[in-house]
Design a binder for this molecule. Structure first.
Ligand code: CAO
Length: 420
């Protein structure tokens, strides 16, 4: 079995260029000239094609890596497949032409890529040039309808999409540029670093959510004493070993129950058609803190999982995020998000809704509180939660009822409510 190392080719002026997309997977069969990775510099982006046909054995790079000429991209097994197909395409592979940056198109207040990283844009047909153009305008290719053959997206489609999203103020597009009165270095030593890619992508999405959605945040304290006693008493019947299940798994189960009871929370608003989309599935998003920035993957069909399975899935998915091995599509198609800071600390906060969802549940760290029950002072375990919701679709009364319902699900009757 012949093995071929595919290296970063000569890229002219490109040095220390960031990989923004890995377009292939290990085990995948590829043909000569198929695109492997997308590189992006300050001014342009390029796709690097394969020099051979074969099956990918090992990918040596990941999103966010910075590469130079000669760096190893992947190892290719050019055995069987290449014998059959190598002759088909005699063309010498060439690095695809860099796409120059678009001048004067940086008006903001624009719909950006969805939280937190990349989009499902790779499933949409668009040339690297158009993708680059869309990225520069903060537009998500996966949200744009293509007018070309087979739904291919043109630059014109990107422009129309962006035009439909911008806020127009007296005929002029609002442009918000904050300029410091004095440069930072005038006040002491400073260090300048690139904003990490995940934060670059999620930033505009957060701005959009914060500025376009009328948020209301309701705080609640939930007495989870009995649930915590149960959680810490879990052990394996056969081995006697303690079973560790994160409180988040119980909270997720309670959230699904609340979503069933209050369908307005498992919905999205389609403002262009004045419609509300009600989701019949229960895919819960989890904010995951990673060294690359915040990511919000979804765990699918949480209603069909046991509490133990949810805990395991949560661990697996957060590890995939931290290793940048999560599939792009897993950041889309959620019902509602949980942002838990319980493992870190703190009580209440104001979580920002992750559109197109309409609500998000913030969870703080549980704490002990002495309370008077039937004349006696007893210690109870309290969980602080903060529910942010979109006031366009959810009324204050409904928000309060949702919190009360969650309290009941996690309260002393939790076993009955969650059927654990
Ligand atoms: N109260 C008290 N303790 C809690 C708790 C809570 N609400 N939630 C978790 N814990 C405990 C866990 O039981 C665990 O304890 P042990 O080590 O004794 O088992 C410990 O805290 C660590 O938990 P964890 O945070 O590692 O795991 P998790 O399952 O609770 O959370 C995940 C998983 C992925 C949500 C978490 O790792 C994470 O990334 N949190 C940050 C999310 C974030 O950044 N949100 C802000 C987004 S901005 O809106």
């Amino acid at each position: 079995m012949a093995n071929k190392k595919i290296l970063v080719p000569d890229m002219g002026d490109f040095k220390d260029v960031e990989i923004i997309e890995v377009l292939v997977k290990e085990g995948q069969s590829i043909k000569k000239n198929d695109s492997l990775i997308t590189l992006e510099s300050d001014k342009s982006s390029v796709e690097v094609p394969s020099t051979h046909t074969g099956i990918i054995e090992k990918i040596n790079v990941k999103i966010g890596d910075k590469v130079n000429q000669g760096d190893l991209i992947l190892n290719l097994n050019i055995g069987e497949i290449s014998k059959k197909t190598e002759n088909v395409d005699k063309k010498e592979p060439q690095i695809k032409k860099p796409v120059s940056s678009v001048e004067g198109t940086v008006e903001k207040k624009i719909i950006p890529p969805a939280v937190p990283t990349s989009s499902s844009s790779s499933t949409k047909l668009a040339s690297p040039k158009v993708r680059k153009f869309a990225r520069e305008l903060g537009a998500n290719v996966s949200e744009i309808s293509g007018s070309q053959r087979a739904g291919r997206i043109s630059e014109e489609d990107v422009k129309s999409f962006v035009r439909s999203q911008v806020t127009v103020n007296e005929g002029k597009i609002e442009k918000k540029v904050h300029k410091e009165e004095f440069p930072h270095e005038e006040f002491g030593e400073i260090e300048i670093k690139d904003i990490p890619r995940v934060k670059r992508l999620s930033g505009p999405q957060l701005v959009r959510s914060w500025t376009e959605i009328p948020h209301v945040t309701q705080h609640e304290e939930i007495d989870i004493t009995e649930m915590e006693q149960f959680r810490s008493s879990l052990y394996d019947y056969y081995s006697g070993e303690i079973i560790k299940v994160t409180p988040l798994a119980f909270i997720s189960k309670a959230l699904v129950s609340a979503l069933r009871e209050f369908p307005n929370f498992n919905a999205s608003i389609d403002t262009s058609k004045n419609k509300v989309v009600y989701k019949k599935y229960f895919h819960i998003g989890f904010a995951v803190d990673t060294p690359h920035g915040l990511m919000v993957p979804k765990i699918r069909n949480v209603d069909q999982m046991s509490i133990k399975e949810i805990g395991e899935e949560l661990k697996k998915t957060s590890n995939l995020c931290r290793e940048l091995k999560i599939d792009k599509k897993e950041f889309f198609g959620g019902s509602m998000t949980i942002s838990s800071l319980g493992g870190i600390g703190g009580t209440f906060f104001t979580p920002i809704i992750n559109p197109p969802e309409v609500a998000i549940l913030g969870v703080g760290k549980s704490f002990d509180r002495l309370v008077k029950v039937k004349g006696k002072i007893v210690s109870r375990k309290i969980l602080p939660i903060s529910l942010s919701y979109d006031h366009r679709i959810i009324d204050g009364a409904e928000g309060a009822r949702f919190c009360v319902y969650l309290s009941q699900c996690l309260g002393k009757d939790f076993a009955f409510k969650l059927a654990v």
